[in-house]
Structure formats: structure tokens, C-alpha cells
Design a binder for this molecule. Sequence first.
Ligand code: SAM
Length: 421
Amino acid sequence: MIAAGQALDSVAHGQALDQALRELPRETETAERAAAQDIAYTACRRLNLLDALAARLLAKPNPALDGLVRAALSELISHPERAHAVVDQAVTATAGIKRGAFKGVVNAVLRRFLREREALLADLTQDEALRLHYPAWWIARLRTAYPEPGVAEGIMASGNQRPPMTLRVNRRRADVEGYLATLAEAGLAAVQTGPDALRLERPMPVARLPGFGAGEISVQDLGAQYAAHLLDVQDGMRVLDACAAPGGKTAHILEAADCELLALDRDAVRLKNVTENLARLGLSARCEAADAAKPADWWDGKPFDRVLLDAPCTASGIIRRHPDGKWLKRATDLGQLATIQRQLLDALWQVLRPGGKLLYATCSVFPEENARQIEAFLSAHANARALAADLPAPYTLGHRNGQLLPDQRHDGFYYALLEKA
Ligand SMILES: C[S@@+](CC[C@H](N)C(=O)[O-])C[C@H]1O[C@@H](n2cnc3c(N)ncnc32)[C@H](O)[C@@H]1O
């Protein structure tokens, strides 16, 4: 619990949660690390409520206890049946802080929460942001974007759940049917959910999955697997993946066709993940660290047949995988990201051949980054037309004009397929 508390403290100081968990002290045991991850992710999904509870229960803020108390409160909310064990665990963890000086405080705070739980939660959750576990600006934007009864609430509820774990089978090394049989032999249940996709009944560490090291499979959400299918890459084509890292979509494209692919990413460290992922899967591409918005720096002047722009965005569609995102992002980020997306679209349109296709993708549910962005692009570019973006039956997913909303099957994504006249 102490490790989960440390990770929550780091998020409060602006660090990403996955990074904070990676940076836990080296001597943290594997099992402790896994437990910390579980507690921290759950707590992060309701962090504003935990902040409000801690403010009520602690007489004054205590930086040494902030993370630990939030982690313990979150566990008490999730597991009322284990209340006493959770309190004991938290109090024991406190022994390591300032030679146990705060043991009494933590014990008193958590026991008070147990006594007053109903009244405290009833009072605090009158505030909608605390009840829904999102910042007020986020709720307001979703309500404006999705005014139909229950839709915005559905998106938010889905964003507070644990995500499904979907695998992509590398067609060059295995097939879905065969891999399902391999999983069944290992006692793991799964169902096919897309042409190359299967969903595990229970999420598990990748290293324990058969064939992962041998490049037979990758972890990739079903919504993300739309990209390679929609882009419709044929053998021999010149393809640009403009924002490629960590390379999930790059790899899927290369598994499907023998094409000449240039993978760009501005972040050289993240780009290394593309190289590593491709090597594991037995694939290759030219990888270059560059700003996709400045073709003069990396383009040889030969037009591309296909361009994938998986643009930087608020990641509001994958918030259940990165719950820190809703607390680290600001309302102003939305406008800034929309400007960057527009610049990328304008720049990359130039490198596409006439008759070629550009797929614009985000993992967002905010229309400012999606439908509004594409409407503006189409009205500014007479040589652009939008094509229907869908998968063949039986894998067609219900989307609204390219907008996939998160549900039990897939995360929230947006796709617009544009053809150049
Ligand atoms: C949504 S992620 C891409 C995910 C990736 N396509 C995949 O499927 O694994 C967006 C990426 O865009 C990169 N990026 C942001 N601005 C960029 C720019 N101007 N040029 C190139 N890459 C950029 C970020 O570093 C980040 O890796």
C-alpha cells in the first residue's frame, strides 16, 4: 500500500501514473508491484473523491500521508468486506514513515471513515464531479458533445471501469483460430472480436501469454485495430505512419502487407519502442525521429500512397487505461491539441499522392479533436473527400460518423478516412 501511495503522490505532482509505477524503488517485489499497480489505478479513477475525503478527515494536510491515506480510503470503498485488514495494512505501512509517528493519525482517520462512511459519501457526492469522478470541465464538454440522455454518462461510466484486454494475432506467425486453441490448451478463455483480434476473459501479464516472446501476438485494443484495416494498404505501397510510437498500428500495417513504411515520431525515446516491437514481431520499417508537421526535414519528395496520422490528443477515449489523464489534462489542452492536429493534417496532406488515402485517428471522444477537426479540414481543402470508415461484417462496430465510444469491447477512438482528388 505504501508503494501505491507513493505513485499517487507522484501523480499529484504532475507525473504520469505508469511512469510513477515504473520508478518505484528497485527492491519493490514483483507481487508488491502488481498490488501497488492495482490499488493505484483504482484510486486514480476516483482521485478527486479521495482528495475531498482526505480533506474532510485529516485535520491538516500532511504530505507524508497524502498518498497512503488516499490509497487506503480507496481500498476501503472497494472492499468494505476487508475493512479491518485494510486498516491494519495501512497502519503497518505507516510504521515506515517518520518512525511510525503517524500510526495513530492513520488509524483514527480510517476508522472514522468506516464509522461515517455513508454520511460522508452521501454528502460529498452531491457534487457531480465527485460523484462521477471527472473534472467539472470534462463533464461539461461531454454533456455538450453528447446531449442525448445517458450518452455522456455512459462514456464516463465506461471510463471508470477496468479495460478489457485484447490481443492482435500476428498474421505472419499465427492465425486467430490456432491461437485461440493454444490459449485453450493453456486454460485461458478468449473470444474472437475482430479479423485479427481476440479478447481475453481475464487480463493477465503479457509475459505469461504463450507466443508473446516469439512475436505471435501483441496487446492492442480492438478500436486501435481498426486503423490498419481502414487504411487498406496493398503490397508495394509507400506508407507513412506519421505519429508512430510505440508502434502498435505500425506493426499491424506491416503484418497485413509487404509495404515500404516510414515510421516517424517526434519523441526519439518512444520511437525506440517502435524498433523493439517490430523486431519482436519479425517486421521492419524505416524509423526516424522527426516532427511530422515539418516535411522539409524528412520528406524525400516522393508522395505516399497511404498516410496514417494517429494524432497526439487528450486520450479521453482511453481514460480507463490512463486514469491519471483526466486529472493531469487541463481544459486549455484541448484547444492547443486541436491546433497541433490541424497543423499536422495540413502538413501531411501535402505528402499524399492524388488518389491516395489519409487516415486521421485519435483516441479521443471530444468532437473538437475529431468531427469538428475534419469538418474544418474538408471545408478548407477542396481536393479532400471523406470516405466511409467501417469494418466488414461481422466485425462492424457501432460508431457515430467515425466516432467509436468506449464500451466493454473497445476503447473510444475516432477515425476519418480522407481521399485526395
Ligand atoms: C497517439 S500516439 C501514437 C500511437 C501509435 N500510433 C500506436 O498505435 O502505437 C501519438 C504520438 O505522436 C507523437 N507526436 C506528437 N507530435 C508529433 C509530431 N509533431 N511529429 C511526430 N510525432 C509526434 C507522440 O510522441 C506520440 O508518440
